[in-house]
Design a protein around this ligand. Structure first.
Ligand SMILES: NC(=O)c1ccc[n+]([C@@H]2O[C@H](COP(=O)([O-])OP(=O)(O)OC[C@H]3O[C@@H](n4cnc5c(N)ncnc54)[C@H](OP(=O)(O)O)[C@@H]3O)[C@@H](O)[C@H]2O)c1
Length: 300
C-alpha cells in the first residue's frame, strides 16, 4: 500500500450507526475505510460482514476511545501505512440507563458513575482521539463529531455554563474544565439538575452539549493554523435511530441516521478560494442548525 494512500476512520463502528456509516462511506471513498471497535471479536465480525457484502476497502482496526494507548497505536498504524488521515468520524458513544424494571425505555442513570463514564467516552474519548489524529490529518481532511439533538443548548438552564460554552473565544481547555466541573458537581448525585444541568437524558445530553461546543472551537483552531489547508469539522445528529443505544426505540433507520455523517465526511475540497460549507456547524438532516440560539431540540 502506498504510504500516501487515502484513509478514513470511524470509531465505535462494529454496530449501529457507526457500522452503517462505514457501509455508506466505503463506496464513496477512494481509499481504505477503517472500521474501528474496542472489541477485536466484534470488530472482526463486522469487517467480515461488510467485506462479504463486497466492500473490500473496509478494514478492521482495534481502538477503544477510553484507552489512550490503543488510540496512539491505531494512529501510528495509519501514519505508517498511509502517511496521514483524510476522514475522521467520532461516532463511538454511550447512553446509560438504570436497569430496566419493565417494558419501554428505562430511566436515565444520573449517578456519579454514569456521569463519569458518559463524559469519559462521549467527550474525553473524542478529544483524545482528536489529539492523536489531528496532527496527521492531511489537507482537505473532514472531521465529523456524531452528537445528538439532546446536545441542544435548550436543555442547559445553567446560564453561566451556557455563556461560557457559547463565547467566541472558548478554548478546548475550557471545555475540558467545564466537563471536569460537571463531574465534580455530580458527586452529590442527580447530575446537577438543581444547578440547571440537563434534566432530560442528563449526563448524555450534557456530554453532547460539550461535544457541540468543542466542535466549533476545533474548527476555529484548525483555521488559525496556517500550515494547514481546508480542514473541516462539523458535529451532527443522526436523529432518533433504532439501535442498541436506546433499546431500539428510535423511529429512524440506521440508513437514515448515517446519511448526514457520511455527507459531512465527503464534503468536496474547497475550491476557488471559497471554503466549503458547512464548517464548524451543528448539522441535522444535512441542514445547519443555529446551535448557539438553542435550536435543534426535540419535544420529549
Ligand atoms: N441511536 C440514536 O438515536 C442516536 C441519536 C443521537 C445520537 N446518537 C449517537 O450516535 C452514535 C452511535 O450510536 P448508536 O445509536 O449507533 O449506538 P450503539 O448501537 O450502542 O453503538 C455504539 C458504538 O459505540 C461503541 N463504543 C462504546 N464505547 C466505546 C469505546 N470506549 N471505544 C470504542 N467504541 C465504543 C460501541 O461498541 P461496543 O459494541 O463494544 O459496545 C458501539 O460500536 C453515538 O455517538 C450516539 O450518541 C445516536
Amino acid at each position: 500500500m502506498a504510504a500516501n494512500s487515502r484513509a478514513a476512520l470511524v470509531t465505535g463502528a462494529n454496530k449501529g450507526i457507526g457500522l452503517e456509516i462505514v457501509r455508506q462511506l466505503s463506496p464513496k471513498f477512494q481509499g481504505t475505510v477503517y472500521l474501528t471497535a474496542r472489541d477485536v471479536g466484534r470488530g472482526q465480525e463486522a469487517e467480515k460482514k461488510l467485506q462479504g457484502d463486497g466492500l473490500k476497502n473496509v478494514k478492521f482496526l482495534q481502538m477503544d476511545v477510553n484507552d489512550k494507548k490503543s488510540i496512539e497505536k491505531a494512529r501510528d498504524f495509519i501514519k505508517e501505512k498511509h502517511g496521514g488521515l483524510d476522514v475522521l468520524i467520532n461516532n463511538a458513544g454511550i447512553l446509560k440507563f438504570v436497569p430496566a424494571t419493565g417494558p419501554g425505555l428505562p430511566a436515565i442513570d444520573r449517578s456519579f458513575e454514569a456521569v463519569k463514564d458518559t463524559i469519559a467516552t462521549n467527550v474525553t474519548g473524542v478529544l483524545d482521539v482528536c489529539n492523536a489524529f489531528f496532527p496527521i490529518l492531511r489537507d482537505h481532511a473532514r472531521i465529523v463529531n456524531v452528537s445528538s439533538e439532546l446536545g441542544s443548548l435548550a436543555y442547559l438552564k445553567n446560564e453561566e455554563v451556557k455563556k461560557l460554552l457559547t463565547k467566541g473565544d472558548l478554548t478546548v481547555k475550557e471545555v475540558e474544565q467545564a466537563a471536569a466541573d460537571y463531574i465534580k458537581i455530580s458527586e452529590k448525585g442527580n447530575a446537577g439538575i438543581d444547578l440547571g444541568y440537563p434534566e432530560q437524558f442528563g449526563p448524555y445530553g450534557m456530554s453532547k452539549i460539550l461535544l457541540n461546543a468543542v466542535s466549533r472551537v476545533q474548527q476555529r483552531d484548525l483555521d488559525q493554523d496556517k500550515t494547514r489547508t481546508d480542514l473541516v469539522v462539523n458535529s451532527c445528529t443522526p436523529g432518533y435511530v433504532a439501535t442498541d443505544l436506546n433499546n431500539n426505540s428510535g423511529h429512524r433507520t440506521v440508513q437514515q441516521g448515517a446519511d448526514t455523517p457520511v455527507y459531512l465526511a465527503t464534503l468536496p475540497p474547497s475550491s476557488g478560494g471559497k471554503p466549503v460549507e458547512p464548517r464548524g456547524e451543528y448539522v441535522d438532516e444535512r441542514k445547519v442548525v443555529n446551535w448557539l440560539a438553542g435550536d435543534g431540540w426535540v419535544q420529549m
